[in-house]
Structure formats: C-alpha cells, structure tokens
Design a protein around this ligand. Sequence first.
Ligand code: NI
Length: 193
Amino acid sequence: MPFILAAANSATALHESIATMPEYRRWLQPGGTFFFTVVTYERRPFLTEPRARKCLSQAIREIRSKRPFTVTAMVMLPEHLHCVWELPPGDADFSTRWQLIKSRFDRLWLPPKTKSPHEVWQPRFWEHCVRNEKDLKRHVDYIHWNPVKHGHVTRARDWPYSTFKRFVKMGEYDINWGQAEPATLANWTLPQE
Ligand code: NI
C-alpha cells in the first residue's frame, strides 16, 4: 500500500443519515480539512524513487503518531506531491507537521552526516482550506487525475503512487475514471500545479 489512509474515526447519527454520500466526504470537518502541494527543491525528480517513497511514508507515519491527522487522499509525482489532510477538531497546525515531516524525511533520505544547508524541498508549500463537500470532491479528483494531467500516464489507474485504487474500492470511482479531465475540474485551475 503506497500510502497510509487512516481509518475514519467516528460516525454520528447525523452523518449516518446521509447515506448516499461517500464516507470521506460525510466526515468533512469545515475548517479542519486542507489541500497541500509540496514541491522538491528546484523541482528535482526523486519523489517516486522507491527509497524516497519509503522515507516519506515512514516520516509521515512517525510524525502522525505524535501529531495526529488523516491522509484523506494523496498523489506523488517525481517532483511534487498533492494531498488532502484532515486535522483533529480545533487543530489547524499543519505547518508544524509539514516542517517535522520534511526534516524527518531529510534525515532518512540524505546520507548520514550531510552538512547543512541541504536543499531537498522548496521552502514554501501551497495550502488551501477545504470549504465544503463539493470543494473536497474537486480537490480529491484533482489529486487522482494529476498523473494524467502531468502526462505521466493516460489513465489514473496506471499511476501506482496515489490513493486512486483505494477510492475505487470505496466505490467513489470506476476503475477507468480519469482518462479525460473530470467534469468537477472544468474551468478550474489551482494557483500552483
Ligand atoms: Ni500536480
């Protein structure tokens, strides 16, 4: 499994009543769900290398065990990644989490005793606070369509480094979804790709 998609935490009677909506959207907490784009330093293409994926996975797991969050959806491209996180109620401190994940990754990824400064990531990242279910759907679609958008594959199903297949299993997509631009993304662009 390329990424960690934490099990959804708790359901209330209200949530359960909205039976037709997929679970990941039913549990949307406005103000607590964020979309991120994180880019490598000078767009160096290393992120999909097996060891890099392993290091990132480990870094996320370690930081998440101390500062919880749920990875709702994620895609890794060679020189950037996109993901949606859900943070615990009343906690919007994604900046510290990213800082810790990046530095933990660096420690795992770089040769031992590498001297600072070492450039691995672009210093800033793009973040967007997800406003509602429609906004969440659009960003999750954006994530899963991204490998096609960037020309790596012609079908979302052919890119192994995303949560796409997890969403197919949840019934959110047909396996052949994402060969053309999804309708949810028509006339819509992110400030940073
Ligand atoms: Ni992208």
